[in-house]
Design a protein around this ligand. Sequence first.
Ligand code: HEM
Length: 153
Amino acid sequence: MAIDTDLIKAHGAAIKGLGTQITVYFYEYMFSHFPEVRKMFPDTMTTQQERLFNSLVFITSNIDNPSALVPYLERLGEGHLKYNTRPEHYEVVGVSLMKTLEHFLGPAWTPDVSASWSEAYNLAAKVMIEASSRAMDPARFTPLFVNGIPAGV
Ligand code: HEM
């Protein structure tokens, strides 16, 4: 099934209209249901709520524009290495995001809508995870030289 880009864009506009209450709810949901990730985030979440909100607006409004979206997600995924984000964390974020959308969309959250969002999220997460994995590729390691001499010689 292809991603329903019109639907994701329409919901992106709805997210934009709701403002950061959507990311406030998201983090409250995630921290209460998956308390193990709380320590990864700062004590005060105001800035992060705004950053994630802006990111969701950017991703949803560019869902049909891969030439802007893919490099953005690759940079974001690589940047998440410094937060110790692991592939399994994406499930935690994905579930919390789906629950947040369900909460705000109410009766508009149908099984088809849920399937479309899962598909879009899985693709975004895959691009982020693959970029972080490439950034950690052992092939990028340059053997160590000290004063022009290979280390250990
Ligand atoms: C599609 C999935 C995700 C999106 C769109 C997203 C988006 C963002 C954005 C925009 C930031 C702001 C800083 C930056 O640009 O690097 C950020 C920071 C952060 N994200 Fe994510 N993220 C995602 C997945 C995850 C996952 C799976 C985790 C792990 C639980 C995570 C943990 C964090 C942490 C710990 C920070 C830094 C908070 C801080 O120190 O201020 N993110 N994320």
